[in-house]
Design a protein around this ligand. Structure first.
Ligand code: FPP
Length: 244
């Protein structure tokens, strides 16, 4: 755990090492304004950039955002197309800015279903930013926690059948190394915007002992001060990990 000291808010407390965010409420934000849902995603992408930069500036080491779930393909074609365009735009920006931002970007999820253009960009961004020494930003795209676990089981089964891994070697720690987040610490804090109390298949292994904080605001309305307030709440939580 690290310490946060923010000159502006004078907030001093325990800083989570790994934050996960379910960026929910883009559609409702647009609906409230009589706009198509894709406008909500566009605003949501702006919030994503602001919050990512803020997390990096205050010393968060790992940030995982839920950008697209395995179930989101069921949304109307127009909305999925708009989201793909936003991902492409962000990946192109990231490719230009990764040195300035010093953020290491990783993608969690099964990327074979994405258009080739996005897959290539995602590969380029990961490679270009792999030596960055700052915050690790995991973007969960076509991600589902259950799929991630099934995938890990298959990889482990293969290693066992090829005698590269013994049954007795399988532990929680070795299992974690077969997840998309291999080598990263578990999640300390999950934030979900828009007031919904659901996990939605997000980091179900990694967030087993995370603190959950549900924020009423819709994602496009979420500001850096909201994050600071949540961090303050988090620092007052007593984490017992099943102990007393
Ligand atoms: C959930 O809100 C949000 C999503 C499914 C998409 C998240 C995407 C972004 C924030 C934009 C871009 C991200 C990157 C990484 C560039 P919802 O659509 O389910 O909202 P609703 O519950 O109000 O309908």
């Amino acid at each position: 755990m690290g310490l946060i000291f923010n000159k502006k808010t004078s907030y001093k407390g325990i800083l989570p090492v790994h934050i996960g965010i379910i960026m929910d409420g883009n559609g409702r934000w647009a609906k409230k304004r009589g706009l198509p849902r894709k406008f909500g995603h566009r605003e949501g992408a702006k919030t994503f950039r602001t919050i990512t930069r803020h997390c990096s500036n205050i010393g968060i080491k790992y940030l995982t955002v839920f950008a697209f779930s395995t179930e989101n393909w069921n949304r109307p074609f127009d909305e999925v197309t708009a989201l793909m365009a936003l991902f492409k735009q962000y990946l192109e920006e990231a490719l230009c800015d990764f040195r300035k931002e010093n953020i290491k970007i990783k993608f969690l999820g099964e990327r074979s279903r994405f258009p080739q253009e996005i897959r290539t960009l995602a590969d380029e961004v990961e490679t270009a930013s792999e030596d960055s020494s700052g915050m690790v930003l995991n973007i969960a795209m076509n991600y589902g926690g259950k799929d991630e676990i099934v995938n890990a089981v298959k990889l482990i089964a293969k290693e066992v059948s090829e005698k590269k891994l013994a049954l007795s070697d399988i532990s929680k720690e070795t299992f974690s190394n077969f997840l998309y987040t291999c080598g990263q610490p578990d999640v300390d804090l999950v934030i979900r915007t828009s007031g919904e109390f659901r996990i939605s298949n997000f980091l179900i292994w990694q967030a087993a002992y995370a603190e959950y904080i549900v924020e009423d605001k819709l994602w496009p309305d979420f500001k850096t001060d909201d994050l600071n307030r949540i961090l303050e709440l988090y620092s007052k939580r007593s984490r017992r990990f099943g102990g007393v």
